[in-house]
Design a protein around this ligand. Structure first.
Ligand code: 6PG
Length: 249
């Protein structure tokens, strides 16, 4: 199941996602006694994290029951300006009462193959022995790059079509030459709720292609299709939605 919501601007999108985040977190904690969240890097989630760190949002969540993971990481040390962990720490973690043992970062400072294998073990300890897992995260936040990548599943990479491994190393030359580590659709599609946060005019043409062009899906973001009752929510601002015609409900 998927739905699409369009907002007047990035701020409205971020506020709506913060409300959804609080609701989903509370629901997961009520029903499963904990909430497992996969966070995204990128510029769109940053203001969301900043908002969640402020009142009333921060106090509406029992952070001691929340476990934070990352959908992808750049292979740099955790204090590096490119680190997704660092961005999240500065915008959210430093401001909320979350126990350090509930924060499960990808070790970007390690060899990418080792970091991916170690992170897969971390996830297996939470999701249980089933492979693929029947249910992974309660909440997944993702962005979409102008080339149609999501997490660090870039077009043409093995990670973007992987059907067995949960976490993979990825080397890409663009937008910058670097190694990254990414979760694959094996675990992302087993989530209960996936939000794709897309803002900005530079995404408009690709978003039209992704949501409205017929034919075989060929972009990594099109492989995000939660199964087993999970839902996909496209949260889009007006600029990114500028070229959408009919798909929007
Ligand atoms: C990353 C991301 C990546 C991001 C998209 C969209 O680490 O770079 O996880 O997949 O979400 O590139 O980024 P923006 O929100 O900055 O457009």
């Amino acid at each position: 199941m998927r739905d699409i919501e369009i907002f007047a601007d990035r701020n409205a999108l971020v506020r709506a996602e913060a409300d959804r985040f609080v609701k989903l977190t509370r629901h997961a904690i009520e029903s499963r006694d904990r909430c497992l969240v996969a966070l995204s890097g990128g510029s769109t989630p940053k203001p969301l994290y900043q908002l969640l760190a402020t009142m009333p949002y921060a106090s509406q969540i029992d952070w001691s029951r929340v476990h934070l993971f990352w959908g992808d990481e750049r292979c740099v040390p955790p204090q590096h300006p490119d680190s997704n962990y660092r961005m999240t720490r500065e915008s959210l973690l430093d401001h909320i009462p979350i126990p350090t043992e509930n924060v499960h970062r990808i070790r970007g400072e390690d060899d990418p193959h080792q970091a991916a294998a170690a992170y897969e073990q971390t996830l297996r300890a939470f999701f249980g022995p089933e492979d693929p897992p029947r249910r992974s995260f309660d909440i997944v936040l993702l962005g979409m790059g102008p080339d149609g990548h999501t997490a660090s599943m870039f077009p043409g990479t093995a990670a973007s079509t992987e059907s067995r491994r949960w976490v993979m190393p990825v080397h890409v030359e663009r937008p910058r030459d670097m190694w990254r580590v990414t979760l694959t659709t094996v675990v992302l599609n087993a989530a209960a709720d996936v939000a794709l946060l897309v803002a900005g005019a530079d995404k408009a043409a690709r978003l039209h292609e992704v949501l409205e062009e017929r034919g075989e899906p060929r972009l990594p973001v099109q492989r995000i299709r939660p199964c087993g009752g999970g839902t996909l929510h496209w949260m889009i601002d007006k600029d990114a939605a500028a070229q959408l015609r009919g798909a929007v409900t």
